[in-house]
Design a protein around this ligand. Structure first.
Ligand code: 2HG
Ligand code: ZN
Length: 456
């Protein structure tokens, strides 16, 4: 049956690169989540929109499930193929198609890495400002599929803000050109925005027109050491009021311990419970004045300002290296968001809950405090099996989801629902919303073949 299916695809598309080696199935069948055993049918690597469209049409005619696939750096299982799906990898579609100096847009194929997009924008003296640590491996199509956020959302917003147009293949294999680069377009539903964040369940993004902007003014990077969460919120308010922030990221002493053990350089002596890496446009004098005010108030206990690009990169590594430094501990990840005003109340409740539920585990807090987005990673103790650890964490996540619901938050801020957060979608979305989402899915993908089992 399987061989016959693949033979029919290969005969219909003789030029298509199609992989079936066990090592390729393993490689392309998983993302950065490590919970599922990859078991795809095969990997299709189209080189053009036409080829990608032909694959989706073939899948539609033959009732074959598809998993759209980019850099597979996702943390919610959105790109996992564990049930005989055909992986549709955009990896070979990784080129710049056009730059328009008047529109200030860059049109790219969906398989380009975020880093390659940054480099291409830089060649024209502009920036594509969405940025995060996985930039070297993640694909722009995946960024769009999850409405990726990252470290500069506080200044520039999420991926959604930077998409001027999309070319998408829906579940029937129809090609849609959505918005076509227009700034103003009041001609009915903006389907582009339905696709952004839909995690490959409504369509396969094959090309995107990205908005670019001017690079920011020269900036300062600071590392701050803080005594507690209340001080952190005060410092955030102070810095936001007095400086033009590009980033305001926090992490705890536990995160610092792991990232230092992974090769990052210590920049502040002593033990402090909380740290912030912040970047802002300001001259040194203005920056120091704000820093001193924070010290006088007792909110900041220590700090260092980068004196060179190399030092700035070293300070950023303390924050950006966290995910990698935790990977060997098989972390159970939470990626939650709240309105910033709801953060203090939520934190007081949830820190008590996590302290009780995880008395013997390392719980690592970090994230984008300026966006109300926290990453809570629970590290697996060596004494627990993978299954027991996940079962235990799932119970706590249920409580976390309930508390979030009470505070009006979201169970996924920027990583997506995928497979990992599917059981908790109802804490963030009402039954009416989910019914509408299912209805939309039915319209775009009537046979339910695009990334089945993801989101709901
Ligand atoms: C980050 O902010 C990423 O570094 C990854 O969103 C977060 O590993 C995580 O939990
Ligand atoms: Zn993040």
């Amino acid at each position: 049956m399987t061989a016959a299916r693949l033979a029919s695809l290969a005969s219909q598309l003789p030029a298509l690169r199609l992989l079936t080696d066990p090592s390729d199935l393993e490689h392309y069948g998983r993302d950065w989540t490590r919970r599922w055993t990859p078991a795809p049918l095969a990997i299709a690597l189209p080189a053009s929109v036409e080829e990608a469209q032909a694959v989706v049409r073939w899948a539609y005619e033959n009732d074959v499930a598809l998993v759209p696939s980019g850099g597979r750096t996702g943390l919610s299982g959105g790109a996992v193929a564990a049930h005989g799906e055909l992986v549709l990898s955009l990896e070979r579609m990784n080129k710049v198609l056009a730059f328009d100096a008047v529109d200030r847009t860059l049109t790219v194929q969906a398989g380009m890495t975020l880093q390659a997009v940054h480099d291409a924008a830089g060649q024209h003296g502009l920036i594509y400002p969405v940025d995060f640590a996985a930039r070297g491996s993640c694909a722009i199509g995946g960024n769009i599929a999850t409405n990726a956020g990252g470290i500069r959302v506080i200044r520039y917003g999420n991926t959604r803000e930077w998409i001027a147009g999309l070319t998408v293949i829906n579940g029937k294999g129809e090609l849609l050109h959505l918005n076509r680069g227009l700034i103003k377009n009041s001609s009915g539903y903006d389907l582009r925005h339905l696709i952004i964040g839909s995690e490959g369940t409504l369509g396969v993004v094959v090309e995107a027109t990205l908005k670019l902007t001017d690079p920011p003014a020269p900036s300062q990077v600071m590392l701050l050491a803080l005594p507690d969460m209340t001080a952190l919120m005060h410092v955030f308010a102070l810095f936001r009021a007095r400086l033009s922030l590009q980033a305001f990221e926090f992490f705890t002493d536990v995160a610092l311990r792991h990232v230092l053990a992974h090769g990052a350089q210590r920049a502040i002596d002593g033990d402090h419970p909380y740290y912030v890496v912040t970047e802002f446009d300001a001259d040194e004098e203005a920056a120091l004045a704000v820093f001193e005010q924070g010290m006088e108030q007792g909110w900041i206990h220590d700090g260092v300002m980068a004196q060179s690009d190399a030092q700035a990169a070293a300070l950023w590594r303390l924050r950006e290296g966290i995910t990698e430094s935790l990977a060997s501990h098989k972390p159970y990840k939470n990626d939650i968001s709240l309105r910033i005003s709801a953060l203090p109340g939520f934190l007081a409740e949830i820190q008590a809950l996590l302290g009780e539920e995880y008395p013997n585990m390392d719980v690592v807090w970090f994230g984008h405090i300026g966006d109300g987005n926290l990453h809570i990673n629970v590290l697996k103790p060596a004494t627990l099996s993978d299954a027991d650890f996940i079962a235990q964490c799932d119970v706590v996540t249920k409580h976390l989801a309930q508390t979030l619901q009470q505070h009006g938050g979201s169970i996924s801020a920027e990583h997506g629902i995928g497979l990992v957060k599917k059981p908790y979608l109802e804490s963030t979305r009402t039954a009416e919303e989910i019914a509408l989402m299912r209805g939309v899915k039915q319209v775009f993908d009537p046979k339910g073949l695009l990334n089945p089992g993801k989101v709901f």
